[in-house]
Design a protein around this ligand. Structure first.
Ligand SMILES: Cc1cc2nc3c(=O)[nH]c(=O)nc-3n(C[C@H](O)[C@H](O)[C@H](O)COP(=O)(O)OP(=O)(O)OC[C@H]3O[C@@H](n4cnc5c(N)ncnc54)[C@H](O)[C@@H]3O)c2cc1C
Ligand code: FES
Ligand code: FES
Length: 509
């Protein structure tokens, strides 16, 4: 099951080089793992196979962070330390990375500075959540390298639940340690570690298993296209922040898994005059600077998207391909008039994003077809964008309603309007009657705004579920129309918003 380095390459019928084992770095050694269930989670492998039990299991659904570990990788030429939830990460996803768990932090019996500060400042209470908290802070320590703040630490810990409410000493410990530059064994060995990671990058397709049951991780888009055509019944996995839960919660017996996380062509972000193009496997964390540059509200919704662990693994393609009616990206990108590229075999087609969502659980995607890219136009002059994410708690919560507005304003009057909602129907959807009502509305005359707000009820008949009642959803959606108009008319978001006023409020208003 577990062996040290022994290169194994053979030629599959695709003609590409194929490797039949995973390889990654673990405690300074190059590891090789073969013969594993395609749906084995990283947490199960750590606890049940390697017997590294420092990493704990709490919720097994990516919410609590008890299982947080760090995967170091080279991204854009730089060594990055990404915190991931091992409970919903598949073992196969760590191919090509360096896996770091809480067992690795102490050096010659001396605690890591994060561990030492947590112990000294009484940041560890029950201790069950502590390994995950330490690992999230370890990632923060390396990623921020001395540049941190209380807000940044709170964001870094949004995905780590401390049930005893001991956050004050935890955040104090983190502030003390993370405000100094990273100075530990990992920082000292950074160059050698990067070099070791580069030697893993063999550009070979990974295929572990047989035609009936396998974990595959193609290295190129053409390999992916061929493999998926051959196995259209396989499950595509990108970050597994959705699929991981099918395994741990629904116990879905997935036999054929195609992990797209190694396809280099799908990891590219392009910035052109037309807009930004995001390859499907660009993580939400990597997409944040570019998407956030379109408008500060996009940045704020993304800051509240899951947690730092979810954003490190979850991808823009996964957030669209899952067809979720409550995904955060879709309504914002529909309002921004984004297009989606799909590929099946050698055929690539481009469609408006909104037409991808056909019905609840049904998308315009044929067998063997995968999401390739998302192209998001930048905001032209005279367009105003607003997005609001309504949840029961500010952090790490799925939207009850997400409203996104893109309004063209000329001489104080609204021209073209694109308005989209999540959480109001079985799919993310444009509010076409609201849009019609908005055309010609004067920003100077609030008496005309109510008709547009009321039109929400013509566009949607929302459901009642655990997140919100139908009545609440309709009410809040109408109110958000008024709020967007008020803000675009010039009312400061300091007045209209309780907490998350537009980050660039002063520049934008
Ligand atoms: C704790 C937690 C918090 C979350 N918070 C939020 C939140 O705030 N907002 C939100 O919108 N979502 C949230 N999510 C859901 C999830 O993180 C997102 O939907 C994420 O973007 C999914 O991306 P992924 O790469 O992990 O998808 P995966 O789980 O890998 O895949 C999701 C689906 O898309 C398919 N798929 C993936 N990539 C492709 C592709 N390239 N082509 C074709 N099909 C593909 C898969 O087969 C699967 O059906 C949360 C999840 C968790 C566990
Ligand atoms: S066990 Fe709770 S996030 Fe993994
Ligand atoms: S450390 Fe476990 S509940 Fe706070």
């Amino acid at each position: 099951m577990l062996e040290e380095d022994a290169p194994d390459r053979r030629e599959f019928e695709t003609g590409e080089m194929t490797r039949s084992a995973l390889q990654f770095i673990r405690s300074g050694r190059r590891m090789r793992v073969e013969r594993f269930s395609p749906r084995m989670t990283l947490l199960d492998w750590l606890r049940l196979e390697e017997r590294s039990t420092g990493t704990k299991e709490g919720c097994a659904e990516g919410d609590c962070g008890a299982c947080a570990v760090v995967v170091a990788r080279e991204r854009d030429g730089v060594l990055v330390h990404e915190p991931v939830n091992a409970c919903i990460t598949l073992l196969g996803q760590i191919d090509g990375g360096e896996l770091i768990t809480v067992e690795d932090l102490a050096e010659n019996g001396v605690l890591h500075p994060i561990q030492e500060a947590m112990a000294r400042q009484h940041g560890s209470q029950c201790g069950f959540c502590t390994p995950g908290i330490v690992m999230s802070l370890f990632a923060h320590y390396h990623q921020r390298d001395g540049e941190t703040s209380r807000d940044a630490i709170n964001d870094a810990l949004a995905g780590n639940l401390c049930r005893c409410t001991g956050y004050r000493p935890i955040v104090d410990s983190a502030l003390e340690v993370c405000k100094t530059g990273a100075d530990d064994q990992f920082a000292r060995k950074a160059a050698a570690r990067l070099q070791a990671l580069r030697t893993l990058d063999d550009k070979a397709d990974v295929f572990v298993g047989d035609e009936a049951s396998f974990f595959a991780a193609p290295a190129s888009e053409s390999s992916l296209a061929q493999l998926y055509m051959r196995h259209p019944d396989a499950t595509i996995v990108a970050g597994a922040t959705d699929v991981g839960l099918w395994i741990t919660k629904k116990l879905t017996p997935l036999e054929k898994i195609i992990h797209v996380g190694r396809v280099a062509e799908l990891a590219v972000i392009e910035d052109s005059a037309k807009g930004y193009a995001f390859g499907a496997i660009v993580s939400l964390a990597r997409a944040m600077p570019a998407l956030g540059a379109i408008d500060p509200d996009v940045a704020e919704v993304l800051r509240r998207f899951g947690s730092i662990q979810v954003r490190a693994s979850g991808t823009v393609g996964g957030n669209i391909a899952n067809g979720s009616p409550i995904g955060d990206l879709a309504p914002m990108l529909i309002a921004l008039n984004a297009t989606l590229e799909l590929r099946r075999g050698d055929e690539v087609r481009e469609i408006p994003l909104e037409s991808f969502f056909l019905d609840y659980g049904k998308q315009d995607r044929r067998p063997g077809e995968f999401v390739r890219r998302l192209v998001v136009p930048k905001l032209p002059a005279g367009r105003h964008f607003r997005a609001y994410k309504i949840t029961k708690r500010p952090d790490e919560d799925i939207s009850a309603v997400l409203a996104a507005f893109c309004l063209q304003v000329e001489g104080g009057t609204i021209g073209e309007a694109r308005v989209a909602f999540g959480g109001m129907a079985g799919i993310p959807k444009r509010a076409k009657t609201v849009e019609e009502e908005l055309r010609g509305v004067s920003l100077a005359d609030p008496s005309g705004w109510r008709a547009a707000a009321a039109a929400v009820d013509k566009d949607f008949t929302p459901l009642t579920d655990l997140r919100a009642s139908a009545g609440y959803r309709s009410r809040v959606a109408g109110n958000l129309v008024v709020k967007a108009l008020a803000e675009i008319a010039g009312v400061s978001s300091q007045v209209t918003r309780v907490a998350d006023h537009r980050m660039l409020a002063h520049a934008a208003e």
